[in-house]
Structure formats: structure tokens, C-alpha cells
Design a protein. Structure first.
Length: 195
């Protein structure tokens, strides 16, 4: 069992390192450090958390909906902060043994917060993470970048949802009554064939 866990951890490490291609260096943090931090979270299976690269006290949040999805269903991540210096959020979607999607989104202001949104559609089952890198990216003559924080949360992908069918008109009691009526009709029909 321990050997299998070590194999899985080493494979995940190799997989996550490829994220470095889509993450640029910042003035305060090299891309390699960010990739190591992502790698560490995935290998330790920490479901939610935050890593601060700039120690100013401010709010950073990332939420994902829905948390449990079926293969092929879209997941949406929303990143929010009250740090008015944040210009972009880079979302890093990690599905071990599957793929890594990196998307940088410009923030917009809403209710006093800076927000950004990203979507992802997984094609395989298993756990996954979305990381939100809250950054300030300047373009033009001063091409500099500053990473304030990284927040992450997890999600789970299954083949199908285990859900009781919805009966909006008759409700659960009506659904049970309908099933018993169907069973009664079936048994009645079977009895008539025997006679």
C-alpha cells in the first residue's frame, strides 16, 4: 500500500510540474516556487487552503460550483478579493492523471470586491483542484507582476450522480403511489393471463 502511494505521489509530481509552462515568474515569487506549492497541495491532498506571498491582510476567496460533478459537466470557479491592486486571477485546474488547464482572467469590480471567473469541463473521474493566483500584472513599458496569494479548493468527478428522480408534480408520496399502482397493474395483467 505504501509503495502504491509513493508511486502515485511521484506520478502526480511529474504531472504538476508541467504547469510551469503556463505560469510566469513574478517580481516577488519565481514560477518554480508556485509550481512547487501547487505540487505540495496535490500530493498532500489538502482540500482547501491559502498560501500568502504578500503578507498584507486582505480577503482572498475561491469557490467552485458544483463541488461534485459528473463527467462532462461544467464546473465554475469564482475568485474574489478586496485587494484593489489585483488586476488578474490565474486559474490552474489540476486533475491528476488527466490534464492541467491554466487560464488568466482579468478581474471586474462587483460590490466592492474584485472578481474573476473560470470554467472547466472534466472528462475523467476522480478528485481535482482549482487554484486561484491573485496577481497584479502590468503591461506596456513596465512588464512586471506581483503575486499576492494563492487560494485553492477541491472538486470531485463521478461517472453518474446517485440521485432520486425528481417528481415535481406528484412529489415523493405520489411517486411511491404511482410505483405501487404500476406493480398492481402488472400483477393484475399477469393474473388475467393465467386464467
Amino acid at each position: 500500500m505504501l509503495l502504491l502511494a509513493a508511486f502515485v505521489a511521484s506520478f502526480v509530481s511529474i504531472w504538476v510540474v508541467n504547469a510551469e509552462d503556463g505560469i510566469s515568474d513574478y517580481d516577488n515569487v519565481p514560477a518554480e516556487q508556485v509550481v512547487k506549492d501547487i505540487d505540495s497541495v496535490v500530493n498532500s491532498s489538502i482540500s482547501e487552503g491559502e498560501k500568502r506571498y504578500d503578507l498584507n491582510h486582505t480577503l482572498y476567496r475561491v469557490t467552485v460550483t458544483p463541488k461534485n460533478v459528473i463527467v462532462g459537466q461544467k464546473i465554475t470557479a469564482i475568485a474574489e478579493t478586496d485587494n484593489q491592486f489585483v488586476t488578474n486571477v490565474t486559474f490552474v485546474w489540476v486533475k491528476p492523471f488527466d490534464e492541467i488547464k491554466i487560464e488568466t482572467v482579468q478581474v471586474h469590480s462587483e460590490n466592492g470586491l474584485k472578481k474573476a471567473e473560470s470554467t472547466y469541463t472534466p472528462n475523467k473521474t476522480g478528485p481535482g483542484w482549482v487554484f486561484a493566483l491573485f496577481e497584479n500584472r502590468q503591461t506596456g513599458s513596465c512588464k512586471c507582476g506581483w503575486l499576492y496569494a494563492m487560494r485553492w479548493t477541491c472538486f470531485n468527478v463521478v461517472k453518474f450522480t446517485q440521485q432520486i428522480p425528481d417528481y415535481p408534480v406528484v412529489g415523493t408520496a405520489g411517486a411511491v403511489a404511482t410505483m405501487f399502482m404500476g406493480l398492481g397493474l402488472f400483477l393484475n395483467k399477469k393474473r388475467q393471463k393465467l386464467v
